[in-house]
Design a binder for this molecule. Structure first.
Ligand SMILES: CCCCCCCCCCCCC/C=C/C(=O)SCCNC(=O)CCNC(=O)[C@H](O)C(C)(C)COP(=O)(O)OP(=O)(O)OC[C@H]1O[C@@H](n2cnc3c(N)ncnc32)[C@H](O)[C@@H]1OP(=O)(O)O
Length: 243
């Protein structure tokens, strides 16, 4: 599955909806047993959630957007398919969450391809379920530091902390992902799926038990003047970077 939402594969409402529909189709087609998620945007896996869906929008839109973000996460995280991330570009925040929700992550060895939950650098916070997935992946102490400081790990650090499983030369990302897929597909589906569910369900359940409250918290938080100002400053910085 090659994500294509130029220029930066930001997860807009429209793009999230497209991803959801594609995933649903693949899940329902019993000829598919696994997917490799990668990017068609050179150097960028995904720039994360689309900031323009959260900036200057009314509460109803923010609520609709957040529901779609929850939906995509639950679908990828709990997918019955084997999900391998072939991460061929930078993947901050929501892009990192998407990667963390795969069963296995292969990252291209390019110092520009940093990965992490950098929300604090934007003056916002990672929701509890983003945090839970990171803690599950790299452990409590490493997650505590990474989240507070908004670390974006370059490949060597990413491998060391365990946020990715493998770092390979850029031209070997897809072939490595395919080899890994073959290894995972050698396991009987029912046994692998039940085991995945056993490991992941408690984390997903924490959100499932309070989805509406999570949406309301998001809307309240993102609508604050101070948060809207932080987003404005960050978006301006992105513009200025271009010169
Ligand atoms: C009591 C408390 C209760 C709390 C309750 C819960 C609260 C929950 C709070 C909220 C949670 C939100 C979680 C957020 C998750 C996210 O994912 S936020 C997004 C994070 N992403 C980033 O920080 C990446 C930003 N982008 C970049 O760093 C760069 O763009 C890039 C990806 C490295 C690519 O660089 P380059 O190739 O140089 O391209 P640019 O010129 O920078 O960008 C091209 C255009 O794209 C626009 N853009 C970039 N990223 C985004 C984005 N994420 N969303 C929207 N738009 C983006 C960029 O502005 C450029 O636009 P133009 O200038 O119009 O061309």
């Amino acid at each position: 599955m090659k994500m294509r939402n130029p220029p930066v594969n930001s997860l807009s409402l429209e793009f999230l909806t497209e991803l959801l529909i594609s995933l649903e189709k693949l899940e329902n087609d019993k000829t598919f047993r696994g997917i490799i998620i990668t990017s068609d945007c050179p150097g960028i896996f995904s720039a994360g959630l689309d900031l323009l869906e959260m900036y200057g929008r009314d509460p109803a839109h923010c609520a609709e957007y957040w529901k779609a973000v929850q939906e995509l996460w639950l679908r990828v995280y709990l997918s019955n398919l084997v999900v391998i991330g072939a991460i061929n570009g930078i993947s901050p925040a929501g892009g990192c969450l998407l990667s963390l929700s795969c069963d296995y992550r292969v990252l291209a060895n390019n110092p520009k391809y940093a990965i992490g939950l950098n929300e604090t650098l934007l003056g916002i916070i990672a929701p509890f379920w983003f945090k839970d997935v990171l803690v599950n992946t790299i452990g409590h102490r490493a997650a505590e530091r990474a989240l507070q400081l908004g670390f974006l790990f370059p490949p060597s650090d990413a491998l060391q902390v365990g946020i990715v499983d493998q770092v390979v030369p850029e031209d070997q990302v897809q072939s490595t992902a395919r080899s890994v897929m073959a290894q995972w597909l050698a396991i009987p589906d029912h046994a692998r799926q039940l085991t995945k569910n056993l490991v992941r369900k408690p984390t997903a359940d924490r959100l499932l038990q309070q989805r509406d409250a999570d949406i309301q918290n998001f809307v309240r938080f993102i609508s604050r003047d101070s948060i809207q100002k932080s987003l404005h400053v960050y978006l301006e910085k992105l513009k200025q970077k271009k010169g």
